[in-house]
Design a protein around this ligand. Sequence first.
Ligand SMILES: *Cc1c(COP(=O)(O)O)cnc(C)c1O
Length: 570
Amino acid sequence: MREDYLEKLRKEEIIAYFSMEIALISDIPTYSGGLGVLAGDTVRTAADLNIPFIAITQLSRKGYFKQEIDKDGNQIEYPVNWDPEKFLTKLPFKTNVEIEGRNVSIQPWVYYWTSLHGHKVPVIFLDTNLPENSEEDKNITDVLYGGDLAHRLKQEIILGIGGAKVIKQLGLRVRKYHLNEGHSSLLTLELLKDELSSGKSLEEAEKNVKEKCVFTTHTPVEAGHDKFPYDMVTKIMGNYISIDIIKKFAGNDILNMTLLALNLSGYVNGVAKRHQEISLQMFPGHRIHAITNGVHSFTWTSPSFRKLFDKYIPGWATEPELLSRAQFIPNEEIWNAHMEAKRDLIKLISNETGVQFDENVLTIGFARRATAYKRPHLLFSDINRLKKVKRKGPIQIVYAGKAHPKDIEGKKLIKEIYEYIKALENDIKIVYLQDYNLDMAKKIIAGVDVWLNTPQRPLEASGTSGMKAAHNGVINFSVLDGWWIEGHVEGYTGWSIGPSPFEEKSIENHVQEEIDDLYNKLEYIIIPTYYHHRDEWIEIMKNSISNLASYFNTHRMMKRYITEAYFKIG
Ligand SMILES: *Cc1c(COP(=O)(O)O)cnc(C)c1O
């Protein structure tokens, strides 16, 4: 029956979606953060909309990593041992690529994501752990974002070139290849090579590849783009394709994966309007569009709010724009659904840490990848001020997030948060939950009262966790960057932190203004509203659902990809 499904896809012109990480379920730990969750939500939505779609990713047998944190706040990393056989099925063929002159064999596995209505999207996982491969090559696909630069290039060869070959071997006709971030850019070279070997001129080949490729960039900072020196490229890729051709599209001095994808994709977009502007500054002369991210509404709505929406807004899960009617749900029922999610989180916190949170206390949440630009410590910039703020009404705070094993700054930040937890232990209850994953994210984001986000702008390309919060009536309190610039109406859909997005200020003044605003709004607006104007608070919860969740979802996002990137002529 499953093979039948691929047979069905062979009759269609499909979208082939490439992403180094895809977060489908917590038990398939092949994701690190927002990029993978977006890819997962994209797959879920493609299945809901029943569009001809297939996704390709890396198997990552040791996952990303399992996080433990010792009592002093040091992150300890363990490989995740998960059993692909339990969740995935091997496809009845292999493919291969050449790496350092060796033939490297790749086994594709498949997982079928099934929507609420029974529609499917196959997700192909690429695996090099095969007996015929050398020890070294067996490990290429072991750890997501693991190893050194050469290892990274090999992973990107497997994903881009190996993935494109798997699609060909499956006999699928592809309408568009969608590159979710630059990790899969090498697929453009595989397509180019096919065009050239069928006798096309370079010019024609370039035009044809561009017609086939859609590229979504996620990185608003130059240093974040994958780059590989050409001596490494030559050593690893041999004469896969003439180096002059690579240089023509990927840069003269170094292979820049973003540039390669930009130059060989006919449609390019950033993930929020602000991010489009930043990308245009980084790559002047390119046409870059904006399709703002979303989240998969059903996945990110807690059980209690699902029940409530089913009662008042039937059909919301497959048509989340209907959530705009949330205004009509009685306040009391909104509050009860929220309290149910909050108790669920309090239970999780108690199980994980032994710390007992109070359901009547204003609870602030902060959970995402631990990395410098996200500034998880901004809330603790002035501890005495924070203590003063809290005299207006008690608060409790929950943190979670992993730092990439090589992100020294990110790890330092976790340690710092642990120090603040100790320094404030007599004033504010704060916990840091270990090993953040999809299931934990669902509970934390739905169960807090306020979702805090303090990125250093303009580095938050979009951000999606705040959209998940909005689906659960959790109120956003955030720096004006990424999606929040588009969603924020002060005091109506939530609160901003710091200056308006286009105000130019010196860094010091800017940061000071953010810190002052953070404490002032907590002290004079957020805490008083929560404790003394509950109806006003619930109105903002409802506005979050009706104004934010109804728009910042992947159903709206996918429909835009379909009409603007996948199915537009020319
Ligand atoms: C949504 C999500 C993220 C992304 O969070 P941002 O605040 O948008 O960076 C990261 N990790 C997990 C597990 C998530 O569910």
